[in-house]
Design a protein around this ligand. Structure first.
Ligand SMILES: [Zn+2]
Ligand SMILES: [Zn+2]
Length: 163
């Protein structure tokens, strides 16, 4: 959060001279926030949220996403500020890459026929918790790469091509 204050002294009242364009000395925004909550909402964030109509049935996080200030992950229910979403997505991609590599290694090493449940079991044994949709997507990709070939056009069952 950036503050665009016109003063060069800390807004908490400590009289520290702050850098240009800064409302607070480092960390003092939290002090002022706590004091504000104490004065207006009995020190309770829940009470602050209730005063604006937010609560378990009307989550403020959803309101932040709706307002366009926060974002929702494309893959799961995670919601956060744009910076948090970027970190989250980087982790998701990394986990997906390592899962895909683990599955590809097993397919190459073991050969034979692969249906979604075999892929899911293989990944579960390796400590992941993949969805069937994810395993099917990996198979499609390995088929595009020529490692797998579909047994039946209508079902997600593949065999490993001899190379
Ligand atoms: Zn201060
Ligand atoms: Zn996510």
């Amino acid at each position: 959060m950036t503050d665009n204050a016109s003063t060069d002294r800390c807004y908490c009242g400590c009289r520290t001279v702050t850098g240009y364009g800064r409302a607070f000395a480092p960390g003092h925004d939290k002090v002022a926030e706590a004091a504000y909550l104490a004065v207006h909402h009995n020190g309770s964030v829940a009470e602050l949220l209730r005063s604006k109509g937010y609560g378990p049935d009307k989550p403020v996080i959803d309101a932040a996403v709706k307002a366009g200030a926060w974002e929702k992950c494309d893959h799961c229910d995670y919601k956060g500020a744009p910076g948090s979403i970027r970190n989250h997505m980087a982790k998701v991609r990394k986990a997906e890459n390592s899962q895909r590599e683990a599955l590809e290694r097993s397919v190459r090493a073991l050969g034979g026929t692969w249906d979604p449940s075999r892929g899911m079991q293989t990944l579960r044994d390796a400590g992941y918790s993949p969805s069937e949709k994810y395993v099917r997507a990996v198979y499609r990709r390995l088929a595009e790469d020529g490692l797998l070939e579909k047994v039946d056009d209508n079902r997600a069952i593949y065999f490993v091509t001899e190379k």
